[in-house]
Design a protein around this ligand. Sequence first.
Ligand SMILES: *Cc1c(COP(=O)(O)O)cnc(C)c1O
Length: 347
Amino acid sequence: MNINNIARKIVLQMKPYSSARDEFSETAQDYIFQDANENPFNSGYNRYPDPYALKVKNQLSTLKGIPSENIILGNGSDEVLDLLFRAFCDPKVDDIITTPPTYGMYKVLAQINEIKLKEVPLTKNFQLNANEIIQAVGQNTKLIFICSPNNPSGNLMNGQDIKYILNNFNGLVILDEAYIDFAAQNSFISELNYYPNLVVLQTFSKAFAHAGIRLGMAFAKKDIIELLHKIKPPYNVNQLTQHKAIEVIQSADIYKNQVEMILSERELLKAELQEIKFIEHVYPSEANFLLLKVDNAILRYHQLIEKGIVVRNRTNELHCEDCLRISIGTPKENQKLVEALNQLNQN
Ligand SMILES: *Cc1c(COP(=O)(O)O)cnc(C)c1O
């Protein structure tokens, strides 16, 4: 794969915005900074943040076992997704492939960027139709999105299928691993050296318990990362987020323990849900949520709201008729959920 063949010409040719901190970022000495029109009085946050969040990346590099130069950070994974569209897809010309039912942002971003969307549905068991995906690839197909574990179905995609797609596609495969820390399988990060067209997305929003700081990350070959850096907003990850992220990474053990707790709660909750008559099926999950098929999703959704519990109604998604998606809560929250469901069961 040659990035020059798949990136937008306009992006390859453009000169990026050069910020004050791009032009001078030496930190070895205590310089007087009079180059960025900041307020010079120290508020703790009066200076612009590091555009490349190098301290965060160095910590992540150690945590994930991948060099810093293979990492880009964004204001949530959603920003990284948007950068991928803008770096690789020419509006009204290029297309992308998604595999419904899956995360809604891929489609929204395709619409905003005027990129044609080709949808190749997952099987009834929510697995990839790998052959059909490759058959759907055209001259102008730039990106294939695979979410694993998948939202909203919760299952991991078959690794051999992912590799088949990586091997038979000349564009980029965007593997969204937002939920990988809840899964029994390892991340595809370890495969990056074998697949130059692989981009792995992860986030601080789920296992790392920091959806509020908005920090997403992508791991890929250096040429891809450099191209995304070229077009990103200069200070896209703010200083509060950078500080917090370092704390979070240094406390990784806390979140590992929380993941363990969430996983045992998931199995407990699953067993209890299976006892409830109007719940027809609880799908296997490798994530921090359960997808369940009920007798009437709209009815049960509103009944739960009346009991003060908000779940996600996924009935309009492909293969998800009458399905609710329920995030695993704390033990207390899950207990209340089960009580509420049991009450509904009796009526
Ligand atoms: C929650 C989620 C994300 C996370 O997005 P952020 O912008 O990082 O919060 C990404 N992908 C999927 C599939 C998700 O469900």
